[in-house]
Design a protein around this ligand. Structure first.
Ligand code: NOJ
Ligand code: CA
Length: 571
């Protein structure tokens, strides 16, 4: 399928150049605002904190920041329970702070992406409060999914659907007369009532929200739970409710056992709750709103869909879809090769560009996932080096560039509803959300001077703070800067994507890019020799280990990635 990579002759095949916008090859940095930097020492990160750290982000070289929700929220799900989508939480600085950030970011040539949460509102949103005060079947209730319960007294949920956070997806309300009444649907926490997208008022309200942020200068949106908006409104029981939920759980997939993963993922198909065809009509309308502004406005879908063409449909309707495969792939050459080839082939087929994600606010940080400690960090650095060599866009989660592991948050300080809802069987996502260690010599590692912060920076967290890394050219921070810079200086994204291919040689992953060079990743512990088909030079190495190299061959140390550039292609 892929033409002639290994050769050093000039590539003469058909080149699949696609018209590119910045977001198709950009480096987008995810900020989780409440944990980024606290500018007024009240214990919670805020938007002025992001503004203060813009020079740091500019030096890192990112094209854009994606801000996880900063909206007013009772914080039952880290801000993904939005009480007003057209405002900024007062404790995060209000709209004025957003406008200031937007202005300063523009001066730094950094674009802003905001998180849009269309599947649900917070129970604190005025529309839900109104719905609770209103009669069954009223217009106010029709904005959500209110139903009568089953049983003589309506005492059982309307059906057997399950919440992704555990327990029933329905909660019963107390009616105005003080008696237990109808039930409402929530596929996440009970504090996050699902919206009824068959209601035109919801559709126009979200268009208003989109325009509101576009008018404030944002360049795009990250669409939360993009698969979830349309439900089967016959509300029939699902024969396999638990399997539907499992199909959405990334941690259950096993990339080394595709058959088992397929078994789990197949339940994402024909679900009453997820990935229903009609959802794309909503997104096509949004895309028109974006295009009215410019081709440079886009959205990226958080979409768990199966099989791959169903996931790619979101890229088609919104612009981009996250590929989360790198967040679960083991550090093994064969599995990496397979994953890269699949993603590149899918992007090719659907005329889009891939996205690469190593970490986000919902999963264990990559250093921890790959085993933790120095070895986990070495592997994570090799993964980062590989990722930046690939075409498409890259999402970097705050602190990833510092090689942070997860923090161990004491049980009594955990905030993620998953911890409680799972009956303390799932630790939840607080560990990857601990505040950024700006300076270990200061209280709360320089995140805030408050005596108590919303999530702690635990004393036993083994991290290297920013000044330490600044001073050390071998640090992870320097590596990320170098990699991001290299993407620009060597146009690492600018490649016909049908000219990328991965193969393996034992523990050595070999990723060729026609015309440019190769990335070698040794996923084993022992050095492996690689014969170079033409003269090459090292562009970047994921660590400082000594490398043996002559004109013909290079020996790649264990747990190391090296990008080699063809010397002949250098101008
Ligand atoms: C996905 C978000 O990334 C996650 O943090 C959140 O809990 C759910 N959507 C619900 O909004
Ligand atoms: Ca603050």
């Amino acid at each position: 399928m892929y033409a002639n990579f290994a050769g050093c002759s000039k590539f003469n095949g058909k080149v699949n150049w696609l018209k590119m916008s910045w977001w198709q090859n950009g480096v987008i940095y995810q900020v989780y605002p409440r944990s980024f930097f606290d500018s007024n020492d009240d214990g919670m990160g805020d938007l002025s904190g992001v503004t203060e750290k813009l020079p740091y982000l500019k030096k890192l070289g990112v094209d854009a920041i994606w801000l996880s929700p900063f909206y007013p929220s009772p914080l039952h799900d880290g801000g993904y329970d939005v009480a007003n989508p057209r405002d900024v939480a007062p404790e995060l600085g209000g709209l004025q702070s957003f406008d200031q950030l937007s202005k300063k970011a523009k001066e730094c040539n950094i674009k802003i992406i905001v998180d849009l949460v269309p599947n649900h509102f917070s129970k604190e949103h005025p529309w839900f409060k109104q719905a609770l005060l209103s009669e069954p079947n009223s217009d106010a209730r029709r904005l959500f999914h209110f139903r009568d319960g089953k049983g003589n007294a309506g005492q059982f949920p309307p059906n057997n659907w399950i919440s992704l956070f555990g327990g029933p997806a329905w909660t019963r309300v107390v009616e105005a007369d003080g008696k237990p009444g109808q039930w409402y649907l929530h596929i996440f926490d009970a504090s996050q009532p699902d919206l009824n997208w068959s209601n035109s008022q919801i559709r126009s309200d979200f268009k208003e929200t989109i325009n509101f942020w576009l008018n404030r200068g944002v360049s795009g949106f990250r669409i939360d739970v993009a698969v979830g908006l349309i439900k089967d409104m016959s509300y029939q029981d699902d024969p396999e409710p638990q399997l539907r939920v499992d199909a959405m759980r990334l941690d259950l997939y096993d990339p080394e056992n595709p058959q088992r993963s397929d078994e789990i993922r197949k339940w994402a198909k024909d679900s009453p709750l997820f990935d229903r065809d009609e959802v794309h009509q909503i997104y096509q309308e949004w895309r028109e709103l974006f295009k009215d502004r410019s081709d440079d406005v886009f959205a990226v879908a958080e979409a768990w869909a199966y099989p791959v063409e169903r996931a790619m449909a979101y890229a088609k309707s919104l612009g981009q879809v996250f590929n989360f495969d790198f967040m679960i792939v083991p550090f093994k050459s064969a599995t990496l090769s397979q994953t890269i080839n699949q993603l590149i082939a899918a992007a090719n087929e659907y005329q889009t560009f891939p996205t690469w994600v190593l970490s986000n606010h919902d999963v264990s940080r990559i250093v921890t996932r790959l085993g933790g400690g120095e070895l986990g960090r070495a592997k994570a650095r090799a993964m980062a080096t590989l990722t930046h060599f690939l075409p498409g866009s890259i999402y970097v989660y705050q602190g990833e560039e510092l090689g942070l592991p997860d923090a161990n948050i004491a049980p009594e300080l955990r905030l993620d509803p998953i911890w409680e809802k799972s009956g303390h069987t799932q630790i939840g996502r607080d560990g990857c959300r601990a505040p950024i260690p700006w300076n270990s010599k200061l209280p709360n590692r320089g995140f805030s001077k408050a005596s108590k912060t919303w999530l702690p920076s635990p004393a036993d967290w083994v991290v290297e703070d920013v000044p330490t890394q600044e001073a050390d050219p071998s640090s992870t921070l320097w590596l990320y800067r170098k990699l991001i810079n290299l993407r620009k200086s060597h146009q690492l994204w600018q490649v016909p994507i049908d000219q990328v291919s991965a193969s393996v040689n034992g523990h050595l992953l070999v990723v060729w890019r026609a015309q440019l060079g190769v990335c070698l990743v040794n996923t084993g512990d022992q050095p492996i020799a690689f014969e170079m088909p033409c003269p090459m030079q090292v562009l970047v190495q994921s660590n400082q280990l000594k490398v043996e190299m002559d004109e013909k061959a290079i020996s790649v140390p264990g747990n190391t990635a090296i990008i080699l550039e063809k010397v002949s292609t250098k101008t």
